[in-house]
Design a protein around this ligand. Structure first.
Ligand SMILES: [Zn+2]
Length: 105
């Protein structure tokens, strides 16, 4: 598949959240290969890598960071806060982290 066509396809899904798994299935390659393609796109400044911290209550990304160093010790989920959940501030070390890529506009 041509890279342009690939970019078009992947942006059609969600240009802000490109998962290795999507790349893998679109290109029909191994997970490792798909990861390498994403990392190459980062080097070429086509993609940027993001680390998303997932709220355990509603299973959505609370905030995203560009590197592990940027992640603070605790983080507050505004949705949990608004919903008066018992817990809305979490230790980031306890939260699930997911890696995805974004297309640099
Ligand atoms: Zn939450």
């Amino acid at each position: 598949m041509l890279f342009q066509k690939f970019l078009q396809t992947i942006s059609g899904i969600d240009p802000g959240k490109i998962y290795v798994e999507n790349v893998r299935s679109i290109l029909d390659v191994s997970t490792e290969h798909a990861r390498r393609i994403c990392e190459m796109a980062v080097i070429d400044k086509i993609f940027e890598r993001k680390i998303g911290l997932v709220c355990p209550n509603e299973n959505r990304v609370i905030r995203e960071f560009s590197s592990l160093n940027e992640i603070p010790e605790t983080i507050t989920c505004s949705l949990c806060e608004a919903n008066d959940e018992e817990e809305s501030t979490f230790n980031t070390s306890d939260l699930k982290k997911i890696v995805y890529y974004k297309i640099i506009q």
